[in-house]
Design a protein around this ligand. Structure first.
Ligand SMILES: Nc1ncnc2c1ncn2[C@@H]1O[C@H](COP(=O)(O)OP(=O)(O)O)[C@@H](O)[C@H]1O
Ligand SMILES: [Mg+2]
Length: 283
């Protein structure tokens, strides 16, 4: 599998800050992976996302060291607007992204901007509407729908442009649990289609873990762990000392293991946990 993002010795300090927001980041992400990024507030997650999307140093002033490469090209070398065709971003507050009077226009707008033909736009619109369950909302004004629906519109609008990398920065932090689940359902379908590289910054581990191939932990501007998801949750003590509160299932097996009741690897999801128990007998 080839890598799509390569970050080398990357450090960034905002001009007004006295210490770097992210420092000494070395990171490779392979194309097609679903990557979860976690860490406490202020850990540098958003800054890292901005660096991949070129907002840093494009929109922010500061001092950059090292390299951030997307598709083998340093982000600063991309022609204006080209990087954003490769990397799509969805933020916590979807409203900031809206410009059109209807949901449909909102979805079509980005594609028109990319100069797509009408048949192509129609095809993608259909694909994205199925994926995000958007058809009933198409005629509505984006500012009149619920928060969860807004977030799905924002997601759909970025998806419609089919970027090769999609970064979502706390996409469900403003949503109730049901709407949160619906956004993750869309991400689940996206993972199933297996076309895009998806990077999700998210606090809701229950939703994130079943989808994530890999997890990244940021702390005080540093990338302190990057592992395949199952492996990432084996060292629960490390996570707890670094401000991560794992979901109940791995935590429970961690406790069992500490007390000598369990010796195997820690199951990370409920599905994995169920497999730990011997097969049902009889009927
Ligand atoms: N525009 C900015 N100017 C100065 N400092 C900033 C700016 N944005 C973020 N920071 C600082 O950079 C550090 C990392 O922030 P951020 O990347 O937003 O972390 P996270 O997304 O993990 O909460 C924090 O100390 C934050 O205060
Ligand atoms: Mg953030």
């Amino acid at each position: 599998m080839s890598s799509i993002i390569q970050i080398k010795d990357f450090t960034w300090r905002y001009i007004s800050a006295d210490k770097p927001a992210v420092k000494n980041i070395n990171l490779t992400i392979d194309e097609g992976k679903f990557v979860g990024v976690i860490g406490q507030n202020g850990a540098g997650k958003t800054s890292l996302a901005y660096a991949i999307d070129g907002l840093i140093p494009g929109q922010y002033h500061g001092v950059k060291e090292g390299e951030v490469n997307v598709l083998g090209t340093e982000v600063e070398q991309f022609h204006k607007g080209m990087l954003q065709q490769v990397v799509g971003m969805v933020f916590a507050d979807p409203e900031a992204q809206f410009t059109a009077m209807t949901v449909e226009d909102e979805l079509v707008f980005g594609m028109e901007n990319l100069g797509m033909s009408i048949p192509e736009i129609k095809e993608r619109l259909e694909w994205v509407c199925t994926l995000t369950d958007m058809t009933p909302l198409l005629a509505k004004p984006p500012y009149e729908i619920s928060g969860g629906q807004k977030q799905r519109v924002a997601l759909a609008a970025v998806l419609a442009m089919t970027p090769r990398v999609m970064i979502l920065d706390e996409p469900t932090s403003m949503l109730d649990p049901y709407s949160r689940k619906r956004v993750f359902d869309v991400l689940g379908k996206l993972k199933h289609e297996n076309k895009m590289t998806v990077i999700v910054i998210e606090h809701s581990l229950e939703n994130l873990i079943p989808l994530a191939d890999e997890m990244i932990l940021m702390s005080h501007g540093e990338l302190i762990r990057h592992q395949e998801t199952h492996e990432f949750f084996q060292d629960i003590d490390f996570l707890l000392t670094n401000g991560v509160y794992p979901p109940e299932t791995p935590l429970f097996f961690h406790e069992l293991r500490k007390r000598g009741y369990y010796k195997g690897p820690i199951p990370v999801t409920n599905e994995e946990a169920i497999k730990v128990f011997p097969c049902k007998t009889g009927g």
